[in-house]
Design a protein around this ligand. Structure first.
Ligand SMILES: CC(C)(COP(=O)(O)OP(=O)(O)OC[C@H]1O[C@@H](n2cnc3c(N)ncnc32)[C@H](O)[C@@H]1OP(=O)(O)O)[C@@H](O)C(=O)NCCC(=O)NCCS
Length: 279
């Protein structure tokens, strides 16, 4: 029997957080609210509780992120995630959006069966913040936003202003820009998390700016504070540098999309995504 799917609302926020918490994820209520406010989320109930979820977040008229695909551990293998994904994909097909997502190893086979192809990979690293002066990077100023957003749109291929501003406002003292010749060559934002803060996105035109941005963001957090960053696997030099600072790899993700056409944007500029839930 096909399980009943219903939209999630503000009244479901605590149950939704319980779902992501049961999976050990880092999202807060504020993260879940983004999907309810700017996207759509659905759930399936079982045994009197919210047992499974999926959410979509459109970025402009053509691309949408698929996120928060979760099933309570004791309700898995009953087809809930597959049913919710089919529902989400039907909604996106109706609105003409292409579905993109970042898959965990558990999610990847579910998405592959639904026609998603893999594009590139990244990895979560956990590291302790430590101080130190960093050249060529300064705190983000309000006047940097137009240039920052131009760079972000080049990297992501989609408009993300509303999301980036909302996330940056959660840890504004960490946001940094790399400036060369009076131009913004890169930026790093950060936000709080249920378990630890996360640095991301980090978008930069060159590796030196990328390293400086991460170092400066780490220096802006309290020394000894654990933090995570999702680093593109192509960034082997940065990974070695992070490992040299004591960073430990946590888990892998794969960026996937329906269809094999190239992804929007320019992945070469993406040092670290926002995180798998937001792209
Ligand atoms: C990934 C996840 C959402 C799948 O949820 P689910 O409701 O169990 O998924 P489904 O029941 O629709 O199963 C999808 C496929 O995985 C298989 N599967 C799921 N759980 C399984 C289990 N415990 N043992 C064996 N197979 C399992 C199903 O058999 C199904 O394969 P099929 O289509 O060949 O039958 C769930 O494992 C989960 O919440 N994991 C932690 C969070 C996560 O990683 N989410 C994905 C984010 S990208």
């Amino acid at each position: 029997m096909t399980p009943a799917i219903r939209p999630l609302t503000e009244a479901d926020l605590d149950a939704a957080l319980a779902l992501s918490t049961a999976a050990g994820w880092n999202q807060t209520i504020a993260d879940w609210r983004v999907f309810l406010r700017d996207g759509r989320a659905w759930g399936i109930e079982a045994d009197g509780a919210l047992a499974s979820s999926a959410a979509i977040l459109p970025f402009g008229p053509k691309v949408a992120w698929v996120s928060m695909v979760l099933t309570l551990p004791d309700q898995r293998g009953r087809g809930f995630a597959t049913a919710l994904m089919a529902h989400a994909l039907a909604a996106l097909a109706a609105s003409g959006h292409r579905a993109v997502l970042d898959a965990t190893p558990l999610g990847q086979p579910v998405y592959a069966k639904l026609g998603f192809a893999a594009f590139w990979t990244f990895r979560r690293w956990r590291i302790e913040a430590s101080g130190g002066a960093v050249q060529g990077v300064r705190p983000l100023r309000p006047g940097d936003w137009p240039e920052l957003l131009t760079l972000d749109t080049e990297a992501s291929g989609v408009p993300r202003e509303r999301l980036l501003r909302a996330l940056a406002a959660r840890l504004p003292e960490v946001a940094r820009v790399a400036v060369a010749g009076g131009r913004v060559e890169g930026f790093a934002l950060a936000r709080d998390g249920r378990l630890v803060p996360q640095i991301g996105p980090v978008i930069a035109r060159d590796g030196r700016s990328a390293q400086r941005l991460i170092a400066a963001a780490l220096a802006a957090l309290p020394a000894g504070q654990s933090v995570v960053i999702d680093l593109a696997d192509t960034r082997t030099e940065l990974a070695a540098w992070l490992a040299g600072r004591g960073a430990v790899p946590q888990r892998p993700f794969t960026r996937m999309a329906v269809g094999v056409e190239p992804l929007p944007g320019d992945a070469a500029l993406i040092v670290a995504p926002i995180g798998p839930e937001f792209g």
